[in-house]
Design a protein around this ligand. Sequence first.
Ligand SMILES: Nc1ncnc2c1ncn2[C@@H]1O[C@H](COP(=O)(O)OP(=O)(O)OP(=O)(O)O)[C@@H](O)[C@H]1O
Ligand SMILES: [Mg+2]
Length: 469
Amino acid sequence: MSTANLLIVDDEDLVRWSLKERLSAGGYAIAESGTAAGALEKMSGDIDLVLLDIRLPDGDGLTVLRTLKAQWPETPVILMTAYSTVQNAVEAMRLGAYHYVNKPFNLDEVALIAEKALETSRLRREVRSLRTSAGREYGFDAIVGASPAMLAAKALMARIASSPASTVLLMGETGTGKDLAARAIHFNSDRAPRPFVNITACALPEQLLESELFGHERGAFTDARQQKRGLLETADGGTVFLDEVGEMTPGLQAKLLRFLEDKTFKRISGLTDIRVDVRVIAATNRNLETEVQAGAFREDLFYRLQVMPITLPPLRDRAGDIPLLAAYYIDRYNREFRTRVQGVTPEGIALLERYRWPGNVRELRNAIERAMLLMDREWLGPGDFASLARPVPGCQQFHLPPGGLILEQVEKDLLVQALERAHGNQTQAGQLLGVNRDQVRYRIEKFGLVKPALRPGREAAAHEEAAIA
Ligand SMILES: Nc1ncnc2c1ncn2[C@@H]1O[C@H](COP(=O)(O)OP(=O)(O)OP(=O)(O)O)[C@@H](O)[C@H]1O
Ligand SMILES: [Mg+2]
């Protein structure tokens, strides 16, 4: 049960009374005042939310708002007025009001806005305490998320960090935080004073990757004029983060397996075994099990890596973390851009929670950054996230799996996803795929997709979308 303290300021007894009745049912403690002077007297750091009338017998609510915001900038204020004018609304938002309601209002609606306002300031406090307690840049606290799946993943990372486990496998879609997790594990282990090195299997041709990892002797190949130590040697005592392990060629997979099994390796063209003590954290955004079945990934290597698996959940499966992540990034970009964005409106949050986030946290971070760069607003709303309907290009997105694929199936899957994202709207789905409505319709028939069967529960959402647009 909530124990938030609310201050209601209105000169009409009936308004104060009905608000108090309704809001105290929500478990809030209520203080009240009928005047501007009384409001300032009752205000304190313990008040979590103010509901403020604009017309007060002894002054102007906007002046009270200005005074409140100067002294308690973090406390949300909801303005109420019967004298609704656009200027008032604009001025109220400019002065930092959380919301603006016109009288006569619906009590349930006000209660809902109050709840959201309290939630926002709670999140802001949580983010601030995260920041101050995250002494180290790569602490587990830098991994934002309070959903059960994320809490479980973080607990597992912490346990693995302090364990002697020499191999860890991080799985998760692109942008779910595998990089972040690898660093957190390293910097929270007793390997932290030793190097953390990072290499991506998809960025390099086989021979180069091999020489980067294992090093080479002089004359090993045409360009090898000098002997070179590989990353495994450089990282001795520390951690090697081997990203996109699913992209490794079969030859390199065999060499990696051998190293993981006996902790020794030879440089290219080298004769002596070199022994090092490194923890290998491998990461992949592919389903390695499927790759094993397709014969593209060695089964024995998979089982060797699989000893300590951590799966990072996609963002759409933990929508509850979206408000927290949004607050985290707003806070970060406020400091970076010297802006004063307060948060995302309830409508904006609803939109963010509905979106599927194929690029996960990275995409959310970019969406917030873009919104804050384009708009100097106090509150980000649905309009600031309009570009979310566009697909995100990514290095891995259209990668042909080693086992090949069935083009028609890919086409069908993408069509279904586009229709889902467009809530069944064929024109919008077509825009997402770069084809026109007729071409969408042609494919719907070709693949035998019946529109209403796609996502029956989406009807309501589709109407909402239409209302927003
Ligand atoms: N839980 C989280 N809290 C805060 N920031 C996060 C979180 N997860 C991801 N990020 C941020 O999102 C961005 C992408 O994360 P990261 O690079 O770790 O993803 P990844 O899983 O390695 O993706 P890819 O498979 O594309 O390499 C980074 O800026 C990272 O800081
Ligand atoms: Mg990564």
